[in-house]
Design a protein. Sequence first.
Length: 238
Amino acid sequence: MNNEANTVPRVVDVTHSGIEMADFIRRVYQWMTIGLAVTGIVAYFVAHSQYLLSLIFGVPFLFYGLLILELILVVVISRAISKFSASTSGVLFFIYSILQGLTLSVIFLVYTESSIASVFFITAATFAAMSIYGYVTKTDLTKVGNIAFMALIGLIIASLMNLFLKNEGFASILSYLGVLIFVALTAYDTQKIKQMNLAGISGTDQAKKGAIFGALQLYLDFINLFLNLLRILGGRRK
């Protein structure tokens, strides 16, 4: 290793770096928005198709199979994205968004469409506020993110337990806890995405895959924040 070379200070083009970052963040939110749009359109279409509703929810094995496939796909995208091309990663993200739409169509059977729309806008406003905070804050949110992730594990375990307990009061507490967790994760994930090292890789396959990975993280934060708020604020069908 050339130690002398390591002592030479790097000249960083701040303007160019800022443009690269702005372009990367724009791509992240473009992908996230596309994913949410696909999920919403698919969910709405399925909810208004008696045939698809009967097929998905009338066959329990199919519904749970879709949930398992969602889990496998999100793990594959998260863990093995470096092995895929940007186009393959984009297709997988698109497929995942469709699967989410298929399973989330159930909310149209439980909640009124007006309350779903209202909660969506509340979620969007909350998400935007926390994402902006995560982007502009100088505070290191790593500790907050770690605590939120550990709390998320506890939330998942408690939610699985409540499938058997079927305690509505406990479920309500878990929903409020879920809102807090995903509010924190939104800010943390935004800051983590901002801190990705993009120097010299703008426009490359690596940068495109990074944008898709970042979009997936924020997409999951948004969807889970929305579902928890819907359980709290959503108006149920009679």
